[in-house]
Design a protein around this ligand. Structure first.
Ligand SMILES: [Fe+2]
Length: 313
């Protein structure tokens, strides 16, 4: 017996419904890309007896001068009263965005802070086929307009934030001594790991980078980092519920595309289910707050900032 053939009116209805569902999905992803969320994590990385520290981790603002909502949301984060702010790059999405970024960070710039740069602090976004985001990275980089990197760096430095571009800085935050080490963006191959530090009596070494390439994460834990902070992945940006990120846009595995995980030298070559050694570092990858203005979509991956409370191990 032959299967019944769909009637022509059924096909017409399907032809009308499918694009409508697609349009509704697309609209939902655009709405989600502005549904900013604050995530909170407690990380046991400080020595016994140290007082807890509140670290606000911001990343991937991708600000344009007209994104007033994102700007206002970031300004309000001051209410969290963080002890330290760490910005892991990709602040800009337009050649005239530096004043918008400095305005968004405004009250937070009064607090101790540190930053590294991402590719979108050097080069502006370009329209590209969104499907390329899901394709394997073959190392080809397409550069947009040169952005005013120096103006951004001056603004952050003038506020007293530590510039961790291929260098180190020690900061004392409420009696806790932090040895920070950072690199320029590994996604562009700009990372040059700084020379070894002299013996340090810091309470914690913190590695800061934009794109969490495994070679740099390994170098940072070999250098003694107990905490690693990165951005760049956008958490996958379009996540599949129950499966997670499809891509990380670097060689980090998908399971670490956002949030907290453990890292140790060689973790990238270990199976995902390999238990971490007891002294493994803690890695926090921020899904970030923005997107390229040409692909303002997120799914199952709200834009985020994270408040990390560091406590004694
Ligand atoms: Fe980014």
């Amino acid at each position: 017996m032959r299967a019944p053939r769909p009637s022509s009116s059924g096909l017409r209805r399907a032809a009308a419904v499918v694009p409508a569902l697609g349009a509704a999905f697309l609209a939902g992803t655009v709405v989600e890309s502005r549904a900013y969320a604050l995530r909170r994590f407690e990380l046991p990385v400080l020595p016994a007896g140290a007082r807890p520290l509140r670290v606000l981790h911001l990343s991937d603002l991708h600000l344009t001068p007209w994104q007033r909502r994102e700007r206002a949301w970031v300004r309000d984060l001051e209410q969290l009263e963080p002890d330290l702010v760490v910005d892991t790059g990709d602040n800009l999405a337009h050649p005239e965005s530096v004043p918008a970024v400095l305005d968004a960070l405004g009250p937070l710039l009064e607090r101790p802070g540190a930053f590294v740069l991402g590719s979108n602090d050097y080069y502006g976004p370009r329209p590209k086929n969104p499907a390329r985001y899901l394709a394997p990275d073959r190392g080809r980089r397409v550069f947009g307009t040169r952005l005013p990197t120096g103006e951004l760096v001056r603004g952050l430095r003038d506020a007293g934030w530590a510039d961790l571009t291929n260098t180190r800085a020690d900061v004392d935050v409420r009696g806790v001594r932090l040895a920070l080490v950072g690199v320029d963006d590994p996604h562009l191959g700009y990372d040059r790991f700084p020379p070894p530090a002299p013996a340090s009596d810091a309470d914690l070494r913190v590695g800061v980078l934009h794109a969490p390439y495994t070679r740099v994460l390994d170098a940072m834990v070999d250098d003694g980092a107990g905490l690693l902070l990165a951005g760049h992945t956008h958490g996958g940006q379009l996540r599949v519920p129950g499966y997670g990120a499809l891509v990380t846009n670097c060689d980090l595995d998908r399971s670490r595309a956002r949030g907290v995980s453990r890292w140790w030298s060689g973790a990238g070559r270990s199976g995902r289910r390999t238990p971490p050694p007891a002294d493994a570092a803690w890695l926090h990858v921020s899904a970030g707050l923005g997107t390229s203005p040409y692909t303002p979509v997120r799914f199952a991956c709200r834009p985020e900032a994270s408040l990390l409370t560091l406590v004694p191990a």
